[in-house]
Design a protein around this ligand. Structure first.
Ligand code: B12
Ligand code: SF4
Ligand code: SF4
Length: 441
């Protein structure tokens, strides 16, 4: 087949169209030069402040300059995929009166199939289409968390949205329940934002809901996250013991945390158009904590096959379930309460009265349940914005569904079975005996 060389602008347009056809909700092209990616200048200070905790991979110097990641790199194609499914936000522990067994909470991103696989497959399909369409030789590499690219910054400068005070990428119609992926390429594509055109405006206005709702006070200042304090880090990335001071504030979270997004007004109208693969797997919506704590390694591998939860590892999820059980100790029957407080399971004391957290600016902190109780689904968009700036109100009012999204039917809610099978408490102890959860995994 004979190919005419497409002008760069047409290539960008064609690629974004193909990305849409492959199921991505958003696509844009960002330049790679660090001087066009302003937030990257903060990376050294962020690292110097120690905010990365044990995440050594964040110290890779290439993260501050995508040009160092791929020789001759010129452009970043950035995509976003909606993962919002039509399920309620986090519920307080033991909210189910019919079945009062203590329940945990797994974050929305980890309910279904592993997003890394789903996005990577689509990105590789896009690269294959590009190779078939664009005759000139080029290099292209797909990343979904996997490379030294700060994807949210890339997304901002590809015109996909703004970086909120909770540090998430937010799109005015889609909200922030978005997975991101990047193709780094040597192709000289026209950036989505014309030269001199500013990135999408920041619509956070005077709102501070996320900062106030964070149970562990993980935001030292707006737009900056101290990852060491984030429940997501504590439950997924941290190996070893969860520091005592954070345990009571973790509540019933067992994998990740969504609170700073659950409370965000821009997620109120976020469409639930996620692929069916992101629907919660059986038993994972409000999972029973004793079930999680008693999983054997084999059961863990089977339940979380091709799931992002695997990153936390078996030790991690059992440790987290035990901490959450400790936090629900009041509602446990005596044998389980004893177990949840066992120093063998969770390091030192699993449950203790909440203590004030370490030094942190005077942000108002609430318990996870308290933060979410104040988040009423029926609250109108207007009342939610009443504290906020006129421009924010207007922007929210103007927000209309994206073309092409309005006709997309929400996937039918998966049938989620809350198992109320009688829990064999005797199973819990043997399953975890001998396991030193406080030891690094
Ligand atoms: C490491 C990581 C984490 C860490 C650290 C998070 C963080 N904020 O960095 C932990 C484990 C805590 C985490 C949590 C979550 N993550 Co995460 N994570 C990543 C990962 C792999 C790298 C991010 C990174 O490089 N961080 C390093 C620091 C330097 O970046 P930063 O926070 O953006 O810091 C900037 C700001 O602080 C800013 N800044 C602005 N002003 C100022 C001022 C000063 C003085 C300073 C110092 C800095 C500063 O500059 C910094 C540099 O750009 C990305 C994937 C990727 N490769 O990008 C996913 C990613 C960011 N995570 C994602 C998700 C979904 C989550 C969770 C929602 C999961 C969950 N439910 O638990 C939470 C959200 C928590 C939150 N509010 O951010 C999505 C975000 C999608 C979106 N819409 O934004 C990503 C993009 C994964 C993906 N491919 O979709 N994550
Ligand atoms: S609200 Fe949850 S996810 Fe957000 S910063 Fe705080 S602990 Fe992390
Ligand atoms: S909760 Fe408010 S401040 Fe936080 S990200 Fe959303 S709009 Fe911005």
């Amino acid at each position: 087949m004979h190919h005419e060389r497409m002008p760069a602008a047409h290539q960008t347009h064609w690629i974004t169209e193909r990305a849409r056809a492959l199921g991505f909700d958003l696509c844009g092209v960002a330049p790679v030069a660090a001087e066009h990616l302003a937030e990257l200048a903060h990376v050294p200070e962020w690292l110097d402040r120690g905010y990365a905790g044990e995440m050594q991979y964040l110290h890779d110097p290439r993260r501050a300059d995508p040009r160092q990641v791929l020789a001759g790199a010129h452009s970043m194609i950035v995509v976003a995929l909606n993962y919002n499914t039509p399920h309620h936000p986090r519920t307080p522990p033991t909210a189910d009166a019919a079945n009062p067994a203590p329940r945990g909470w797994i974050s929305r991103y980890a309910w279904g199939d592993d997003y890394h696989d789903i996005l990577r497959e689509k990105l590789n399909a896009l690269i294959a289409e590009m190779r078939a369409q664009i005759p000139e030789p080029f290099k292209a590499r797909a990343y979904v968390d996997t490379g030294p690219i700060i994807e949210r910054v890339a997304a901002k400068y590809a015109g996909l949205g703004w970086l909120g005070k909770n540090t998430c990428l937010i799109h005015p119609q889609l909200g922030s329940w978005l997975f991101l992926g990047v193709i780094l390429t040597t192709l000289a594509l026209d950036p989505t934002l014309a030269p001199g055109q500013p990135p999408p405006p920041d619509f956070c206005g005077t709102c501070t809901r996320c900062l106030e709702a964070c149970p562990t006070q993980a935001f030292p200042q707006p737009y900056v996250l101290d990852a060491r304090r984030c429940i997501s880090y504590l439950t997924i990335e941290l190996r070893g013991e969860i520091p005592d001071e954070f345990r009571p504030h973790i509540g019933n979270a067992v994998i990740g945390c969504d609170i700073c997004q659950d409370v965000c007004p821009w997620n109120r109208k976020a469409p639930t158009a996620a692929p069916a693969a992101f629907e919660p797997r059986e038993r994972l919506l409000s999972p029973e904590l004793e079930w999680l704590a008693s999983l054997s390694q084999e059961e863990f591998s089977a339940v979380f096959r091709k799931s992002a939860v695997k990153r936390a590892k078996w030790r991690g999820i059992v440790r987290n379930a035990c901490v959450a059980l400790g936090n629900s100790a009041a509602s446990l029957d005596p044998p389980a309460r004893k177990l949840a407080r066992s120093p063998r399971l969770v390091g030192r004391r699993a449950h203790r009265k909440p203590r004030p957290l370490g030094p942190r600016p005077p942000l108002r902190s609430r318990s996870p349940a308290g933060a979410l109780r104040s988040f009423s689904r029926n609250e109108t968009k207007r009342s939610c914005f009443r504290q906020d700036s006129p421009s924010m109100n207007k922007a929210a009012d103007d927000a209309a569904p994206l073309p092409g999204l309005s006709g997309v039917a929400s996937p039918s809610a998966a049938k989620v079975r809350h198992s109320s099978a009688p829990r064999a408490r005797s199973r819990l102890l043997p399953a975890i005996s001998g396991l030193r959860i406080c030891a690094a995994g």
